[in-house]
Design a protein around this ligand. Sequence first.
Ligand code: C2O
Ligand code: CU
Ligand code: CU
Length: 474
Amino acid sequence: MTSSRRAFLTGLLASPALLRLRPAFASEGRALALPAIEEGTVTAGGRAFDLRLLTGETEFLAGLATQTNGINGAYLGPILRARAGEALSLRVENGLEEASTLHWHGLHLPAAMDGGPHQPIAPGDSWTAEFPLKQKAGTFWFHSHRHGRTAAQVWSGLAGVIRVEDEEEGALPLPRMHGEDDFTLVLQDRRFGADGAMTYAPDMHDLMAGKVGDVMLVNGQVGAYLPVAAPLARLRILNGANGSIYRLHVAGDVPFVQIASDGGLLEAPVMLTEALVAPGERVELLVDLSAGAPLMLRAEVYGAEAPFAGSNGVRDVIEIRPDRARPAPPALPDRLAVLPPVPDATGAARTFTLGMTGEGLMGTPVIDGTPYDHDRIDFTVPLGAVETWVFENRSQMLHPMHVHDVQFRIVSRNGQPPAPREAGLKDVVLTQPGERVELRMEFTDYADPVSPYMMHCHILEHEDQGMMKQFTVV
Ligand code: C2O
Ligand code: CU
Ligand code: CU
């Protein structure tokens, strides 16, 4: 290369206009890779998984290596597949240079096995969670819950999916062949520097609104498509974002069917043209592809702030590409699952106010005016109680509220019964400014006066700033 040409290129690279051009995405135009299914090791009456928290490099942007964290891999983790009723043993080894945890989001388990902020794993150490899998079939997940560092660690890639199967779900005529007609999609958005770095350095706005990226990732890939050789695709969708609420829809407002919420199957399929999915929430959707035409799944992305004034725009999530037209899939059953009726309250009714510390714009988001204190148990619940929890959102922001240990039911939203899509088993409920949402939940099985469970906003920036309380079941 001549020196004048080199000088010309160096000049171009330094020019601000070109620096703003994003390099191509490594997976653009490629078929989407799904997380690997991990079956673990079958033991007498149980199933054991070996998980390693790792640092690694991921190529999101073509030709650029991004420092990431993952579980048994460089970014994100595998899908842990297990059957309801099995005794699980989950060994977590921390290969990172900082303490971390893995929390089993949505599972009913003893508080000491929860993997929350009170079960940190030091670098080089390991920790084993053991508990029976008392769930219905559904899509659950696991992620770092390190005290004060959850947002940074989840952003770096410490999250994965738990797929629970059972007889009730297995008897239904639903797609369930992983990678053929059943697809697990972990949705996240991220922000990259020109050098490919995915640095977590939230500014004031990120702390307030939740950190929202401008690049949509599906299973850690950008711009990939989903090839399907079946008339009906089942999408198990996890919103694994830090701060983004996704209003999912198919371009052209093509209808789809929701069959499951956080804790498993809905009682009946629900036809929708959009699904609002907040951080931490899962939905399972069925998309009819029998026409053989590609469909674009899109998301309108909201931060927690200014939900009605404007969104952060619409992003393409993934194009679903059927290989050809096929005969229409058979009609879905009218009834998917038998859910127990919402139990009558036998215990306390608790109201939690979602707001800010102090006045004006200088505060941080909190529950009942007080930030989380790692050394304070906020309340105790008697074992066996059926309680009513009310979230009153008196802030200007959306807060997806999550309760550990239980699958709850929504009794009412502003006095109205919940829409069918959120009438099933839930562990996260999105609350809008001004809303009053009433939940009912039962605390069965595990009493422990020492180890607490958490309840918090699942906007991870809000959680880390203290929008969280802890309670014991005694
Ligand atoms: Cu998804 Cu407290 O967690
Ligand atoms: Cu959780
Ligand atoms: Cu919040």
